[in-house]
Design a protein around this ligand. Structure first.
Ligand SMILES: O=C(O)CCC(=O)C(=O)O
Length: 224
């Protein structure tokens, strides 16, 4: 209770990283400027821009009733055949190297596009075992150990990735990667990994995420 009050009093820090750094140890959170080149960022956008769909929030999705909670108002695209693209598969290798995981632990890249006013409310990337459908997701590679987020564009104003429990905001910057663990060192759920994307105030935002599982990931047979 006291720590919640102290967190509430703590001022927010907005980070504009220019060098590689570990920003938090619990959860582990690191930043990597220029992880992607300008050409690689453009390549992602080119592949996805005609295929964007309004985002759904998988974790609260109810397959039976198609009742999805629209906690995110962005548009998105999930790359299904990224192994066939040499640029994307080289990037997957670099992510695996940096995060000391195997390429096979990574889910397909998920690209997000935000227009002015669009946001992604604070949420967890891990699957809460108490939540409906959790078993379905956990069967296909186990828990989401970490999230590897890369900004594909600068954003004129707003659009920061927020970590409310750490009181940290990261300003999007083309090519900058952010890696954070969703689990504690003992692989139990890490509530401090709560994060979201603040509304874009001016300009537009492009980002891409690769979630990394505890085990090798394989695509579940999603109901149509
Ligand atoms: O786009 C962002 O800044 C955050 C994206 C995010 O929260 C996610 O992909 O889980």
């Amino acid at each position: 209770m006291i720590s919640m009050f102290l967190n509430w009093l703590k001022p927010w820090r907005t980070l504009k990283p220019s060098t590689e750094a570990v920003i938090s140890k619990r959860p582990y959170l690191s930043v990597h400027p220029n992880f992607l080149s300008l050409e690689e960022c453009s390549h992602f956008i080119q592949l996805a821009q005609d295929k964007l769909q309004p985002s759904i929030f998988a974790q609260t999705g109810d397959w039976e009733n198609k009742a999805f909670v629209h906690a995110r108002t962005s548009s998105g695209f999930s790359f299904k055949e990224h192994d066939a693209d040499p640029t994307l598969s080289a990037i997957s290798e670099r992510i695996a190297h940096l995060t000391q995981t195997r390429v096979a632990q990574g889910e397909p890249f998920h690209l997000l596009h935000y227009n002015i006013g669009q946001e992604y409310k604070p949420h967890y990337d891990y699957f809460d075992p108490a939540q409906e459908n959790a078993d379905f997701y956990l069967q296909h590679g186990g828990q989401r150990l970490g999230s590897f987020l890369i900004y594909l564009s600068d954003v004129e104003q707003g659009g920061e990735t927020t970590f409310p429990k750490l009181k940290i905001k990261i300003k999007p910057q083309r090519g900058l990667a952010v890696f954070f663990r969703n689990l504690k060192p003992d692989n139990s759920l890490e509530p401090r990994a709560l994060h979201g994307a603040a509304p874009v105030i001016a300009g537009e935002k492009w980002s891409v995420t690769r979630w990394i599982r505890l085990n090798d990931y394989y695509e579940p047979p999603f109901p149509s």
